[in-house]
Design a protein around this ligand. Structure first.
Ligand code: MN3
Length: 208
C-alpha cells in the first residue's frame, strides 16, 4: 500500500503570523509531497517493504537493501518528521504546557524558559539542515538534534539519537526562509507561539 500525503490538520493560514501561509503551502504541498512521492518510488517493486508501516520501516533501516536505503532514510524520514511536525502545531497554539509535562520540564531543565533556551540553542547549533527534538529516553526528557531527515525512530546506530519524540521543530531553511530569511533564531523564538502543548502532553503521558 502506497504511503499518502496527509492533509494539513488546519488551514494553511492557521499559524499566521508566526508561520506564514505561503511557507505552509510550499512546505506541505511541495516539500512534504516530494518526500512521500520519492519514498513510494524507492519502495516500488519490493512487496515486503511496501507492506511495512512507516514506523516499522524507519525502525529497521538495516533490513532495507543497500541500493534504496539512502532514499528510504531521507524520504521516509521526511514523511514521518513532517507529519509529526504539522500535528504538534495549532489547536490551542502556544501558551505553556500543563500537568505532568510541565512538571517534568521544570524538574529536568530548571524552568520552562530554560528549556526553551536550550531547545532554541540546539536548533541554532544544527549546522545546515535538520531537526531539533524533545524526546523521552529511558524515562528522562532530553533535547537532541538530527541532520537532514533523520529522527529518533531510526535509533542511535543510524541517527545518533534515540527515544520517543514529544516535540520537533524543522530547522531546514525551507521551513522559515520566506518570512525570516537567514534569521533562524527569530523563527525558533516565534515557533513557541504555535506549539500545541496538549499534543505534546499526550505524547509525554504515553511515553513515560
Ligand atoms: Mn521541512
Amino acid at each position: 500500500m502506497a504511503h499518502a500525503l496527509p492533509p494539513l490538520p488546519y488551514p494553511k493560514e492557521a499559524l499566521e503570523p508566526s508561520i506564514d501561509a505561503a511557507t505552509m503551502e510550499i512546505h506541505h504541498d511541495r516539500h512534504h509531497k516530494a518526500y512521500v512521492d520519492n519514498l513510494n518510488k524507492a519502495l516500488t517493486g519490493n512487496a515486503a517493504l511496501e507492506a511495512k508501516t512507516l514506523e516499522a520501516l524507519l525502525g529497521d533501516l538495516a533490513s532495507v537493501p543497500d541500493n534504496i536505503r539512502g532514499p528510504v532514510r531521507n524520504n521516509g524520514g521526511g514523511h514521518w518528521n513532517h507529519t509529526f511536525f504539522w500535528n504538534l502545531m495549532g489547536h490551542g497554539k502556544g501558551g505553556s504546557p500543563t500537568g505532568d509535562l510541565a512538571t517534568a520540564l521544570t524538574a529536568t531543565f530548571g524552568s520552562l524558559d530554560a528549556f526553551k533556551e536550550k531547545f532554541e540553542a540546539a536548533g541554532l547549533g544544527r549546522f545546515g539542515s535538520g531537526w531539533v527534538w524533545l524526546v523521552v529516553n529511558a524515562g528522562r526528557l532530553e533535547i537532541v538534534s538530527t541532520p537532514n531527515q533523520d529522527n529518533p525512530l531510526m535509533g542511535k546506530s543510524v541517527s545518533g539519537v534515540e527515544g520517543k519524540p514529544i516535540l520537533a521543530c524543522d530547522v531546514w531553511e525551507h521551513a522559515y526562509y520566506l518570512k525570516y530569511q537567514n534569521k533562524r533564531a527569530d523563527y525558533l523564538k516565534a515557533w513557541w507561539n504555535v506549539v500545541d502543548w496538549s499534543k505534546a502532553a499526550a505524547l509525554y503521558a504515553a511515553a513515560h
